[in-house]
Write a protein that binds this ligand. Sequence first.
Ligand code: BGC
Length: 810
Amino acid sequence: MTVEEKLGQMIQPDLWELTPEDVRAYRLGSGLNGAGRWPGEDRRAGATEWAAVLDGFWQAAEEAYRDRGFRIPFMWATDAVHGHNNVHGATIFPHNIGLGAAGEPGLVRRIGAATAREVAATGMDWTFAPTVATPRDRRWGRHYEGYSEDPEIVHAYADEMVRGLQGDADELRTDTRVLSCVKHWVGDGGTFEGEDRGYTRCDEDLLRNVHAMGFISGIRAGAQSVMVSYSAWGDEGRLHGSHYLITDVLKERMGFDGIVIGDWDAHAYVEGCSDGDAGNAIRAGIDVLMISTKVKWQAVHGAALNEIRSGAIPMSRIDDAVLRVLRVKARAGLWEKPRPLARSLAGHGTVLGHPEHRALAREAVRKSLVLLKNDDRVLPLPRTSRVLVAGSAAEALSKQSGGFTVSWQGDDIDLKDFPSGSTLAMAVGEAVGADRCKVDPYLEHTDPAAFDVVVVAMGEDAYAEMLGSIKPWRSLSYAKLKPGYAKDLETLRRLRRAGAVVVTVMFGGRPLYVTEEINLSDAFVAAWLPGPDASGIADVLFQDAGGGPGHDFQGRLSFGWPATRTSFTTNRIPPHIPHYEAPEGEVLPTGRDAPLFPYGYGLTLAESHEDGLKNLGELPLDAEPRLPEALLDDITAIPIALRGDTTYEFRTAAEDYDPRPLRMDGPTSSPFLEAEPIDHLGRGDGLSLSFKGIQTFVYAQTRDGGFRDLRGYVASGGRLTFQVRVFEAPTGPFHLTCHDDYPQQPALDISARLAALPYGEWAEVVVPLSELVGIGVEFDHVDVPFQIWTEGRARLDISTVRLSVDVPAM
Ligand code: BGC
């Protein structure tokens, strides 16, 4: 193979940034459809449309090698992470968190096999699943992609899912199985403060014994690819740049001989790399680079070619990568398989959402539900009950299904995407008959007294990845997470006042602090993210048609349930983790971190009907934080351009120029300042600023012009913090302050602190509010909680500005 041919196997563009002509010209080896990318931008594209588009790429690769005397088949990858979730009409299975609760590894193998058939039906070869993270912080936006906080469950499930998707070595060569990918190597579930793409701070024993277990079993089961994590670990920094963890540990020590694939543009996070240069990631051992846009993948291609030619990337490294890609293609039988459209299942719409697969999904939903409370044996409900269905999730397929469902965030789906889906309200109606069921999410038109029971469905809105992470300055209280969620608590309070019998079903990707909601419910079910068909939930809530007990609950918590608002992490050490000072078996969190319901908890109907089993009764509420509630709600401070933030706006002003907003969708250019949104920890959460030597202010101001009394923050030892990356240190004083009204408040000169930071590296500036008070800043009347200004020149990026206080321990 020529150098260009080899490099082509290492570049994997996204569907929307790739044409058959590109495949020919660059001799590309594979492509992917990122989440929420469909052929022709049509979210309803079916099996035939998918297979036809992929057939076009496949044919182009054949043409590319027409005169070569050998051929290298093309392959296609997707994120089929809970069923073939990106494709219209496919069966959606519960997200991994629910499967972990089901406690039945064999079920996962069957789900893997069904998913493989549906992926094959669209002409694809490879899925980026399973996620084998071991999430240890409930704030992480990908918490639901993990099976359990316990590495033993992750270990068992990874094995089964890989075998389900791939089958054995012979089955993998058939066109009913697909390649699997264990992800994200390694430590993604252990990042500090649950930040997505953040830093994992733990020693190597913990990294191996908690976070690597799914890789160990998945690879042993035959997983043909491993996706590297965006996250960083200790001194190694970003995983994508870690020769030690990728090459020394994964490839050499663990003997992994398949493809190490980089995550979506993740090479750009590596020191010395950029969007258009992946040299250090390749040297570290990444074999295939997943790249979002054509500009970027062409740039990476060009830069890598130069580095190979100059010897900066040794040919042995390229050969290792290509050998791995070809080996995996051979094991998948790609040289024998016909073009996508000619494969046995491809284009067969009937395979997508096949009745057997949907029945399996329904079974999985039933088995994944965890019964947390069943006082007075409210469940199972007779099918003759008159049922009112209330709550924000009563009719919300997106809350049921979570992220990575048709679209990336999964927050825009409805019954048009799932014509045969059912909301919880529909499933209940189906169980008891339409005439006995009424839906009224916020009890606006209904007297609960007219019903035997009220089923309240609540849960977070759908989210994926970093957008789903709970910011470190927020609490775990469901009612406080978003303004709308408090309405569910209010509904439950009203129902209690009305004396209603209440069964609450909670959807979501993580356990949250909901003790009051549990207390206000007679029965409480954790339903996780079951998917767009809630029938499996009704199967368990109701007796069978003959009035018999029907299906029982089987789920057990695979994550402990928090008893307090601030019990963010699981520091439980399971008994089987070696190298830990836990010789006497399991170490459970204590004090405020002791769970409300421990790992492994879950009632069954049978046992809650045994004589002598006590009601749960009132559970102790987390003592109110000492700070005033209003303050706690608002600890948030000033996220820059995070989706949905409506409180503050970033603006700029200068001598002789009127204030103007800084654009968050593109550059703001002016004679005094150049500004542009950048990605730091999340998409568009930072600003790049270039001050030009005229007195210039950059500040965050309340959008409504309102003033706030921030003295509570001062009294509670609050601080103003922001992340900064300096490219050109200020040429004069650089001021930081909070601002109320004119005249200008005194300000702190932080130029020396900025100048002392390492060039171009993110660092945090922390200014205790007491320091500002010390120079005379007043906090009783603040509309600008963050202001920087200088008369000099400076070039720096900022992100994650916030005012925060520690929530005092009780
Ligand atoms: C995610 C991966 C996913 C990839 C392709 C990334 O943002 O981290 O898990 O496989 O996108 O969609």
